[in-house]
Design a protein around this ligand. Structure first.
Ligand code: HPA
Length: 244
């Protein structure tokens, strides 16, 4: 079954005919919210609001381990993680949608593995952090419904919850990053640890700090507008993916 983890601006899926919600407890605590089960065009999917339904859980405080564990426990095999991000690469302007193919992890202090407390030390291969099969399906779905998406990019994952300084963005760019957000890790690595096929859809909602229209600062009011519109298009892509 396909799972969708919704980020800012995607706390529900309009096309989802909800069948039930389920509170799940895991050895790692409770997920961000009850899981919402339902069907899109008759295909079962499960949805989880990463920041809770009231958007009260900040990126550094999300229980990523519980979220992915709960999804797998309830029979998810594939996870599409939706996130809003800032654009570093000049072409990644607000309103663009990117399916990243790589990431750089700048987060710290997050619970980032299941292999601890007596579990055998395990080093997962993370050369390709995202499932290429699932990425291809997202790209095919986007082209089937006529939505323009960028088929690759390096996602820099920051700790948050604050936005970035212009110098931090310059450093990320020198490191090779194209977009910046706060929730990509440890989500991707935890998914790999428990054999979930995982890919991300990143909605660019602002130019990164010091770039383009954010040269003097990031305007959060404008972000809200772009977020609404862009997440509507992300929903269409997900619907098209489920339909194929
Ligand atoms: N930086 C970090 N995280 C973000 C941004 C940003 O500019 N926009 C949305 N999430």
């Amino acid at each position: 079954m396909l799972a969708i983890i919704g980020g800012s601006g995607l706390s529900t899926l309009a096309d989802l005919e909800v069948t039930h919600r389920q509170i799940v407890r895991t050895p790692y605590g409770e997920p961000s919210a009850p899981l919402t089960f339902g069907n899109i065009r008759g295909v079962p999917v499960v949805f989880l609001a990463r920041h809770g339904y009231g958007h009260t859980i900040a990126p550094h405080a999300v229980n990523y381990r519980a979220n992915l564990w709960a999804l797998r426990e309830l029979n998810a095999t594939e996870v599409i993680s939706v996130a809003s991000v800032g654009g570093i690469r000049a072409a990644f302007t607000p309103g663009e949608i990117v399916v990243p193919d790589q990431l750089i992890d700048y987060t710290w202090g997050r619970k980032n593995t299941y292999f601890e407390n007596g579990a055998p030390v395990t080093h997962i291969d993370f050369t390709e952090p995202y499932s290429s099969a699932l990425r291809s399906r997202i790209l095919a779905a986007a082209s089937a419904c006529g939505e323009r998406v960028f088929g690759g990019g390096v996602y820099a994952v920051t700790q948050g919850p604050r936005l970035d300084s212009a110098a931090e963005i310059n450093r990320m760019e020198r490191d090779g990053a194209d977009l910046v957000g706060m929730t990509g890790m440890p989500e991707a690595a935890l998914a790999r640890e428990i054999d979930l096929h995982f890919a991300a859809i990143a909605a660019v909602v602002n130019c990164a700090a010091g770039r383009g229209e954010s040269r003097q600062g990031v305007n959060m009011e404008k972000v809200e507008e772009v977020l609404h519109d862009t997440m509507g298009r992300v929903r269409r892509i997900i619907e098209a993916l489920v339909a194929t």
